[in-house]
Design a protein around this ligand. Structure first.
Ligand SMILES: Nc1ncnc2c1ncn2[C@@H]1O[C@H](COP(=O)(O)OP(=O)(O)O)[C@@H](O)[C@H]1O
Length: 286
């Protein structure tokens, strides 16, 4: 973005480098190893995932549920959930210097410049570092090959989860999405019953209804209209789909086809991540 100087770009990228490498290099916390690397060390994740050494990325089309599943995993593993879409919306709401430009970009379903996203992400990491955070699950970043290369230049990502769902279902989910203006909770009013097609099974998802106290405070994201969602899906295919191949070729991509709503998908995702026992132990200890 023109308003962000090249110097600011360089300093934010170097800040990202410092933050991320300090999280990786801490001696008391040896680097986390993903169970999906070519030579997996399944023990590490079961020993103490609460040590914060999770450096994961969630990829997937708009509406697939990156935020829902990434935030559940973050709660389970005790690491921060960093969603660049949330950072963009916070910046928009703050009426700061970029908010006008951002609102035009977001409401057309386009991507914000790599420069500005890296700058917002760097600020978020700086704030987290000040609070003693380590590890992360990134949701919605990287979204371009350039962003993936910047990230690769500053730290090792252990695992990239690619959530997948049919495009007709993605559209219905985005149109049904509602957010509570008070608690920030994400809900969905859509009741999805998509028939099987091309040899693939049908898919059903029950609505994710808000509690009664949120009902009157629900709003729809301004970019969740049919035209804008279709544009976001188009941009995903053009700019973000290549990021899947970027990680696939590095042996870091875990493909996960969502079998249904949260009740069906969450246990299967934990199983795919080798975390099902871990959740049971956590609940027993709680
Ligand atoms: N990594 C990124 N690069 C560029 N733009 C981004 C990025 N992350 C978020 N955005 C902007 O914020 C908007 C909302 O992002 P997000 O909440 O992740 O939505 P989605 O449901 O499309 O995954 C995007 O459409 C885009 O304009």
């Amino acid at each position: 973005m023109a308003a962000v100087s090249r110097l600011a770009k360089l300093s934010s990228i170097s800040y990202l480098r410092r933050c991320l490498s300090s999280a990786v290099a801490s001696e008391s916390n040896p680097p986390y190893t993903s169970p999906f690397l070519p030579k997996p060390d399944y023990n590490l994740i079961h020993k103490d995932p609460k040590n914060g050494h999770v450096q994961w990325v969630f990829l997937g089309c708009p509406g697939v549920g990156k935020g829902t599943y990434a935030s559940r995993l973050c709660n389970l593993l005790g690491v921060p959930h960093i969603a660049t879409g949330d950072l963009v919306r916070e910046e928009l709401a703050s009426s700061g210097p970029f908010s006008q430009q951002l609102s035009e970009i977001v409401n057309q379903g386009k991507l914000v410049s790599d420069e500005l996203i890296v700058s917002l992400l760097s600020k978020r990491l700086q704030a987290g570092e000040a609070k003693g955070e380590s590890g992360f699950i990134l949701d919605g970043f990287p979204r371009t090959i350039n962003q993936a290369e910047i990230l690769e230049g500053v730290t090792d990502i252990d695992l990239v989860v690619n959530l997948k769902l049919r495009e007709d279902v993605l559209l219905e989910k985005c149109l049904g999405r509602r957010i509570c203006s008070e608690c920030g909770g994400n809900f969905n009013l859509a009741s999805i019953n998509a028939k099987g097609e091309n040899g693939n099974p049908g898919i059903s998802m029950a609505p994710l209804l808000p509690p009664p106290q949120c009902m009157s405070k629900l709003f729809t994201r301004s970019d969740d209209t049919e035209t804008v969602v279709k544009e976001r899906l188009h941009i995903y295919n053009e700019k973000s789909r290549p990021v899947e191949e970027f990680y696939r070729s590095r042996g870091k991509l875990l493909e996960f086809d969502l079998p249904g709503g949260i009740p069906e998908s969450w246990p299967k995702l934990l199983e795919a991540l080798n975390l099902n026992d871990y959740e049971e132990k956590q609940s027993a200890a709680a």
